[in-house]
Design a protein around this ligand. Sequence first.
Ligand code: IPM
Ligand code: MG
Length: 350
Amino acid sequence: MVVVTSPIVTARSLPYMSYTVVCLAGDGIGPEVMREAIRALRALPLDIDIEECAFGGPGIREFGDPLPPATLTACKQADAVLLAAVGSPEYERAAVRPEQGLLRIRKELGVFANLRPVRGDGVDMMIVRELSGGLYYGRKGRLTDGMAFDICEYHPWQIERIARRAFDLARGRRKQLTLADKHGVLETSTLWREVVDEVATDYPDVRSDAMLVDSAAMQLVRDPGRFDVLLTENTFGDILSDVAAVTTGGVGLAPSASLSESGPGIFEPIHGSAPDIAGRGIANPAAMLRSAVLMLEHGLGLPEEARLLDGVVDEALRSTLTVDLAGTATTVEFGDAVVGLLASRAGVGG
Ligand code: IPM
Ligand code: MG
């Protein structure tokens, strides 16, 4: 029997620590890639209680709501939320759509810092996408003359809190931060520059600059290695992160972490539900698995287990390539490789 006498007890030092993770598979390839993430989590030497809940299309079909109340309650009570993908052509013109569930869960959990790491040959950057404001959450609607509108809105405090997160991250990296905006055209971009310049004075050790978003998109294609932390607002971040991902092997590899001030984060691949390949068993689960890595690290405070799974996913990517990477492996075969490697390392890092 282990008797813990030290007054300083970290969560990880408790051998009986258990975690609750809510898994939202969602639409399209979501359930296929989620299955592999769950298998990998179960193969880790950890006590994780996995709860799968209806969300997105399945939420609408079963409960008439893409974020059913029971799912929301489970998410709020969890240590972390692992989410695969939402969106389905079936609901393209419907009044109730799966994406609404995603926007609501982000809002309900108060996640505002969306971290999208992009790694590859000579590239190691972190896109920090603001997730709680801008066009996604501004006033929107239709006018009687048929006009539609979405207002891009930001409060200074929304910009300040994400800027501080981004500067803190830059401090632990190569100490370089680039803000992407549309200064000179958008009033919100002018506010972003003012607030970020102000925050920068608290971080004299971090070099910061600003770049117009169109130019940033071009630089991401031309010379992605030049970026360290790339900070931007919600919509620009959505677009730039897909652009950045293709420069390092595609969206099939890119994970993300959505964090709040405190409380459970949401960990999800940046890719969508890919309805064109859904159900064929060929989706690359690497982005989903890497999202589980981010969850272990940022959501559950388990850096060793995160490193273990991350290393295993990298190794599987050297031997087992899915079709998006010009290989022939299926989703399940990639998952088999990951689980096999984890089994062969049982006890190491666990
Ligand atoms: C993403 C996705 C979502 C977004 C969609 C599915 C609403 O594209 O997480 O990047 O735009 O935020
Ligand atoms: Mg996107």
